[in-house]
Design a protein around this ligand. Sequence first.
Ligand SMILES: [Zn+2]
Length: 130
Amino acid sequence: MLAANLPNMARDVREGRIGGKGTIIGKPHRQPMKLCPICKGMWSFQTVFKAEKMEEVVCTECLEHLSQGETACLYDDPHTDQHHFAFITLKGQPDLAGQMVKVPLHVMDELHKRMSKKLHEKPQAPENPS
Ligand SMILES: [Zn+2]
C-alpha cells in the first residue's frame, strides 16, 4: 500500500506552493478518511492539506457478509502490491465465522478458481424469454 501511495505523495509535494516565508503550503485536496481492510473500499471524503492517515473500518457491504457468518480471506501480494479478498463459509469452524483471516497465495488462488467456476455454472438466461 505504501509503495502505491508514493507517486501520489511526490506529486502532492510538487503541486504544493512555496509560501511567503519559504514554507511549503500543501494544496488542499480531497481524500477518503475511511478504508475497508477487506475490499479496500474508501469513503468519507474530506478536504485535507496533507495526507491524513485513513481509519480502517469494515464497510457495510463487507459487514453484511461477516454478519452472515462468512469468513473474509485476505491476501496481499508483496510483489505487485495487489490486495485479494474472498468471502467463504467455513463449515465446522464456527470460531472463524465473521472473522478476517490472512491466507497464503495458493489458498487465495484456489478460492478464486472456485468462485469463477461458480460463475460459469450459473444457468444461462434463455435467449428468447417469450
Ligand atoms: Zn469492504
